[in-house]
Design a protein around this ligand. Sequence first.
Ligand SMILES: C[S@@+](CC[C@H](N)C(=O)[O-])C[C@H]1O[C@@H](n2cnc3c(N)ncnc32)[C@H](O)[C@@H]1O
Length: 256
Amino acid sequence: MERLQLQARVWEPEAEVMLDMIGVASGWRCIDLGCGALGLLGPMSRRAGPKGEVTGVDMDAKQLAAARAYVAAEDLKNVKVLELDAYNTRLPRESFDLTHVRFVFAPVGREADLLREMIALTRPGGTIAIQEPDAASWNSYPPHPSWKKVKEIILAAFSAGGGDFNAGARTFGMLRRAGLGDVRIRAAVIALQDKHPYMRSPVQFATSLRKRIVEGKLATEAELDKLLAECEKIVNDPDRFSLTFTVTQVWGRKPS
Ligand SMILES: C[S@@+](CC[C@H](N)C(=O)[O-])C[C@H]1O[C@@H](n2cnc3c(N)ncnc32)[C@H](O)[C@@H]1O
């Protein structure tokens, strides 16, 4: 939860740029599938305004509770949060101006099903937008073997769970092949320094994936503990900086 909330806040300025490039404006009906605790609910709500509406969808009870608490605390009157399967929402077809997903293709996979649902939810002429990671830029500097090993283990754990950490490398092609019009792409990388909490993201990812890592024999408990202890030291070193993974933002228009 902590990792996802931090992640959403770190990427919020980049999400805002994307929403402005798409042209999200007053009166828009937006949906954020797999919104987690924050997702893009705030940035979408601000742009859609009182004449628009924003729907957040998730299936995880803790994420839903956190999202609802956030919406109440920020008094986002145009936002509702629904407990639904993002892959099969049963919401009215062709009813949204913008259908958005971030960081769901990479961990969950089943790409064709999710894209099909996104397209079905979007009105003709509406926009489908996807933000997913590509690990190529993800590193700590100067490079360190333990940090690199943890990254390798995380990528393997995503694959073992049916996902693909590098889904962001393929989403542009996915939208083009799906026949969407005017497919645009933007990529964002953030440099982190001064022990920024998001520099710990590999430690947080590996911690949340621990069970899958150990059961999949990607590392033993002891190996993982040792690697994570080394990573903690690395990210707490004020002489170091990190680059995030790249977030690939792609969007396109459903033909009218
Ligand atoms: C890595 S988090 C990303 C959260 C949010 N999109 C963000 O970028 O801040 C993935 C989210 O997708 C949700 N999720 C996964 N599978 C789902 C499904 N089938 N239906 C709805 N939500 C799902 C998880 O509960 C989790 O909140």
